[in-house]
Design a protein around this ligand. Structure first.
Ligand code: CP
Length: 315
């Protein structure tokens, strides 16, 4: 199953056909891991001798470790810096472009990049001799997160078409909701409900894109009754590191607790890219509709499939 994908930079690269191929490839990666967490022989060595370089200018738990584990499970070697703003020569004034050029001289096979500036992954890809995977660029995009998000939705319902997806929280500064919005346009009859305080609404470029694709969407600053009709509730935290702020009142109003769970339909799922702050009360964790930990776990399988794809391997 080949993809033709070299770099993974933004969600718009993925059309419906490619997404369905990715879901199958991800399932194949998942199925090779048996109940004892051992991978079938073929896959464990598939990327032996290849090196993943993780260049992270911003903090990460899920993205960095799931890429690390995905690479290791495929036999890769992995090297990294986890605070490149401080621990790389960026602190001495080296540009991202020069850093990428230098790293390519050392012969990695793929570079996984998280950066604080929007557009950084595209800039890196322009000078890189190896595939670049965007692991989040400022307030821009987080395509691999969106891919694991859409895969989680697809696994939960068996389809994406026709679902009502409510995104709630800091929609102005979050990159995951942007990337997920792009992917949702690939499926028919999807309805998106953006729920946020008025100062944290989804940005106009995404709304213009959705309108251009004929996607039904609405905006509201009230969780009820939007939550009542949603099939998917996708919560996001306040992006304080990008200037997002929420009053204590709003923090409570846009929180999912046991009362809000009682509004949801029995099959509605609750998602969150994590890390969470106060958006979802811990009491919700034991509810079978809470999918956010499983969602994060799906990230490793999606990233295994993506690593195989960008390195030209069939699954
Ligand atoms: N969801 C996500 O990107 O988490 P990390 O910042 O921990 O990678």
């Amino acid at each position: 199953m080949e993809s033709g994908i070299r770099h993974v930079l933004e969600s718009q690269q993925f059309d419906r056909e490619l997404l369905e191929k990715l879901f199958k490839a991800t399932d194949a990666c998942r199925h090779t891991i048996d109940h004892h967490n051992e991978i079938s022989a073929g896959l464990t060595t598939r990327l032996r001798g290849r090196i993943m370089l993780q260049l992270f200018y911003e903090p990460s738990t899920r993205t960095r470790f799931s890429f690390f584990m995905a690479g290791k499970r495929l036999g890769m070697d992995v090297c990294w810096t986890e605070n490149a703003r401080e621990f790389s020569s960026a602190i001495k004034g080296e540009t991202l472009e020069d850093t990428i050029r230098i790293l390519c001289e050392f012969g990695p096979h793929v570079i996984v990049l998280r950066h604080h500036e929007t557009g950084a992954a595209v800039r890196a890809a322009a000078v890189s001799t190896v595939p670049i995977i965007n692991a989040g660029d400022g307030s821009g995009q987080h395509p691999t997160q969106a891919l694991l998000d859409i895969y989680t939705i697809w696994k939960s319902f068996g389809h994406v078409a026709g679902l009502k997806v409510a995104m709630m929280g800091d929609l102005a500064n979050g990159r995951t909701v942007r990337s997920l919005s792009y992917l949702l346009t690939k499926f028919s009859e999807v309805k998106i409900i953006f729920i946020s305080p008025p100062h944290l609404t989804m940005s106009n470029d995404i709304k213009t894109w959705l309108a251009g694709k004929g996607v039904d969407f609405q905006e509201t600053d009230s969780p009820f009754p939007a939550l009542y009709e949603a099939d998917v509730v996708y919560c996001t935290r306040i992006q304080k590191e990008r200037g997002g702020q929420m009053s204590d009142d709003d923090t409570q109003r846009f929180q999912i607790g046991t009362r809000e769970m009682s509004w949801l339909k029995p099959k509605t799922i609750v998602m969150h890219p994590l890390p969470r702050n106060a958006e979802i009360a811990t009491e919700v964790d034991s509810d079978p509709r809470a999918k956010y930990f499983e969602q994060a776990g799906n990230g490793m399988y999606i990233r295994m499939a993506l690593l195989l794809w960008v390195l030209g391997e069939e699954i």
